[in-house]
Design a protein around this ligand. Structure first.
Ligand SMILES: Cc1cn([C@H]2C[C@H](O)[C@@H](COP(=O)(O)OP(=O)(O)O[C@H]3O[C@@H](C)C(=O)[C@@H](O)[C@H]3O)O2)c(=O)[nH]c1=O
Length: 204
């Protein structure tokens, strides 16, 4: 299991070792000791989510209030997604920046997203299955959205699926109507890096 930091602090890319044989393939999708050694904390799992998305679907950008926010360990068991981490921590040196990893049923990578970061993804194939281990249960009143098409953030969403076909975006009404980054900041909704890091330290 290879675990590498992304360009935004608090986010990592995990590449598992795969063991193919005549039956198929085996891999460890998550392993607490390796996770702890690389990331310096454990992930206590309170909920496991799965969503199945049509090609072109964009979900997010979502984040949850600290405490307790919601850390997520995301992987894709079927199809492919572009998984995007957005730094929405207002005092962070990379505030407003994003990073992305393709998660698919070939490399079977995962992304870990710490508390206080924004998360979104786009399905790059039909019936793409995203599964994520979550540190907390769902709290609808503490979960918020930022418009995934916000120009200030400027996520470069793919225009072709993984077969090279043009993509038509599908976005929920809720996400389409979500405020942009600047409005979210003005409304005092966004977390700070200091708050996020303090919360994570307290969890160790
Ligand atoms: C996220 C979630 C949703 N729901 C319900 C609420 C709603 O009726 C339906 C669909 O919810 P949403 O439209 O928010 O689903 P979705 O847009 O897929 O939300 C997810 O997006 C990605 C990017 C994330 O990071 C996740 O944490 C989560 O926010 O499912 C739950 O019951 N539990 C949950 O944990």
């Amino acid at each position: 299991m290879d675990i590498q930091p992304l360009s935004i602090s608090g986010a990592w890319r995990i590449t598992p070792q795969q063991f193919p044989d005549e039956r198929g393939v085996f891999l460890e999708a998550f392993q607490q000791p390796a996770f702890h050694e690389a990331i310096g904390r454990s992930l206590e799992i309170a909920q496991v989510n799965t969503s199945i998305s049509k090609v072109g679907t964009i979900r997010g950008i979502h984040y949850a209030d600290i405490p307790p926010s919601q850390a997520k360990y995301v992987f894709c068991t079927q199809g492919a997604i572009l998984d995007v981490v957005v730094d929405i921590r207002t005092d962070s040196p990379t505030f407003g920046q994003w990073d992305a990893v393709v998660l698919d049923d070939i490399d079977r990578r995962a992304v870990f997203i710490s508390e206080g970061l924004g998360h979104a993804f786009m399905a790059l194939d039909d019936n793409s299955v995203a599964t994520y281990l979550c540190s907390t249960t769902y709290s609808p009143t503490r979960e918020h959205g930022i418009n995934p098409l916000c120009r200030t953030i400027g996520i470069e969403w793919p225009t072709e699926d993984r077969n090279g076909n043009p993509i038509t975006q599908i976005i929920s009404e809720k996400d389409r109507n979500a405020p942009g980054l600047n409005t979210s900041k003005e409304q005092g909704l966004l977390p700070t890096l200091a708050l996020a890091e303090g919360f994570v330290r307290g969890q160790k």
